[in-house]
Every structure is written in structure tokens, then in C-alpha cells.
Design a protein around this ligand. Structure first.
Ligand code: 13P
Length: 255
């Protein structure tokens, strides 16, 4: 099963719309046609910068996809401050990050809500990037696999095998995010393989097509060792995606 690698830069709450334009342009100068044949690349700026990013990408025909960092589960209504999947689709957003650990811990998102958001994203023909990952306490208590399977099966509840086949899952151990303590590639491969087996058990072939990314202190020095693993199909990159030079080195992990 060949799955095209995917590198997503999650900018979190960094970069205004002017900075975003510069970052997208710089990144595009550092990548060229053959790179995009080999890897899918996406950036997830804050909501306020999506329109500017879309304009630059379309005007200059840059094959970098646009991702959003979050979405509301309803398509419209009295939800002050929220953004719907319909609105994101209108901005040519391709990927939507759902259930990031920062949203789970700071904004109390649970598996049932993540599942509703996944369905809202799919309904607009965009691709959810579903984040899962254990905390340090859960890891030390030997609960990692149980947590991952629970989060994945919660997120995928009532989806069809076809819907599942197009999904992206990002395994981001919470203790590895923004800490410089990246997870051991062998350990990530083992966890991710178990996740894939669980998805295959429930959704047959769909599970073989799901792209599973690793996230957590990814940088140009360690990306190669993750990409060498059979079940790791790319990365969700935080800090290292804010500098276009550095992110381009992550994207070109083979160079
Ligand atoms: P860092 O790459 O900064 O550890 O962040 C990972 C992350 O949370 C991406 O979503």
C-alpha cells in the first residue's frame, strides 16, 4: 500500500495575515515541482490569515494546501466567535485539524465532539486531520494503547469505510509537543501500527489508506528517522513550521 506522505505545518496562534503572506511565499521559493510530486504539503495559519494565504496560493499557483486549525461542529447558527466547515470550504481549505491535544485539554473537547467535527468537515468534502495522543501520566500508567484506540474509535464512530480511507490521523504524544523530547521512532511505529490494525479491524481496507502522521518536536534532524518507518506517513509540525527554511527542510526529509 503506497500512501503519499503529507507534511502539515500547524502554526497555532502565531502569524498575522501579513506575516502569513511572507511565510507562504518564502516556503514556496524553497520547494519546487518534484518536491510536490513526492509529498503533499499544507500549512495551517490562524483563521484570520486563511483568506490572505488562499489569495497568494491561488494567484501564484502554489501547490501548497490550506489547512484550518479547528472548526465548529454546526454549519451555522448562534455560536458567537465560532467558524463553520462551510465557511472554511469557501476559502478552499483542504484539511482541518480536529481534536488537537491543546483543544482537548484547554477547551474541553471530548471524543464525541471530535466525532461531530469530523463529520462536519467530511460533509464539506474537506479532510479531517484527527489528533490523538496520550499524556505523560497516561503513558506512565501503561494506558497509551488504550487511550489511542479509544480516541480513534470515538473520532471515527459511524463513518463509512470510504470516508475513513480519505482521513488523516496525527499521533501526537502530549508530552512530546513543544518540549524537544520527541518520541522514539520505533515506539511511534509500534503505536501507529496498532492504531492502523484497529482501524482495519473496523473499516477493512479503509485502514490501509488512512495516512498516519507523527507530531511532537519534529525538526529537520529527526524527520528522516520517522519517515523511514513503514506506518508513518508524514508529520504534523508545530514550532519548526514557523520558519519557512526549517519547514522546507522537514518537507524535503530525504535531502
Ligand atoms: P511541536 O512541533 O512544536 O512540538 O508541536 C507539535 C504540534 O502540536 C503540532 O500540532
Amino acid at each position: 500500500m503506497s500512501r503519499k506522505p503529507l507534511m502539515v505545518g500547524n502554526w497555532k496562534m502565531h502569524a498575522n495575515h501579513l506575516e502569513t503572506i511572507q511565510m507562504v511565499q518564502k516556503l514556496s521559493y524553497r520547494l519546487d515541482g518534484p518536491d510536490f510530486d513526492r509529498v503533499d504539503v499544507a500549512v495551517a495559519p490562524p483563521f484570520t490569515a486563511l483568506r490572505s494565504a488562499q489569495t497568494v496560493l491561488e494567484a501564484d499557483r502554489i501547490p501548497i494546501s490550506l489547512a484550518a486549525q479547528n472548526v465548529h461542529q454546526e454549519s451555522e447558527g448562534a455560536f458567537t466567535g465560532e467558524i463553520s466547515a462551510t465557511m472554511l470550504a469557501k476559502l478552499s481549505v483542504s484539511y482541518v485539524i480536529v481534536g488537537h491535544s491543546e483543544r482537548r485539554s484547554q477547551f474541553l473537547e471530548d471524543d464525541a465532539l471530535v466525532n461531530r467535527k469530523v463529520k462536519a468537515v467530511l460533509a464539506e468534502d474537506m479532510t479531517p486531520v484527527i489528533c490523538v495522543g496520550e499524556t505523560l501520566d497516561e503513558r506512565e500508567a501503561g494506558q497509551t494503547d488504550e487511550v489511542l484506540i479509544r480516541q480513534i474509535s470515538g473520532a471515527l464512530k459511524n463513518l463509512t469505510p470510504d470516508q475513513v480511507a480519505g482521513l488523516v490521523v496525527a499521533y501526537e504524544p502530549v508530552w512530546a509537543i513543544g518540549t524537544a523530547h520527541s518520541a522514539e521512532p520505533d515506539d511511534v511505529q509500534e503505536r501507529v501500527q496498532r492504531c492502523r490494525v484497529a482501524v482495519v479491524d473496523s473499516f477493512a481496507d479503509g485502514g490501509e489508506h488512512v495516512r498516519i502522521l507523527y507530531g511532537g518536536s519534529v525538526n529537520p534532524g529527526n524527520i528522516g528517522s520517522y519517515m523511514a518507518k513503514r506506518d508513518i506517513d508524514g508529520a504534523l509540525v508545530g514550532g519548526a513550521s514557523l520558519d519557512p527554511d526549517t519547514f522546507a527542510m522537514v518537507v524535503r526529509y530525504w535531502a
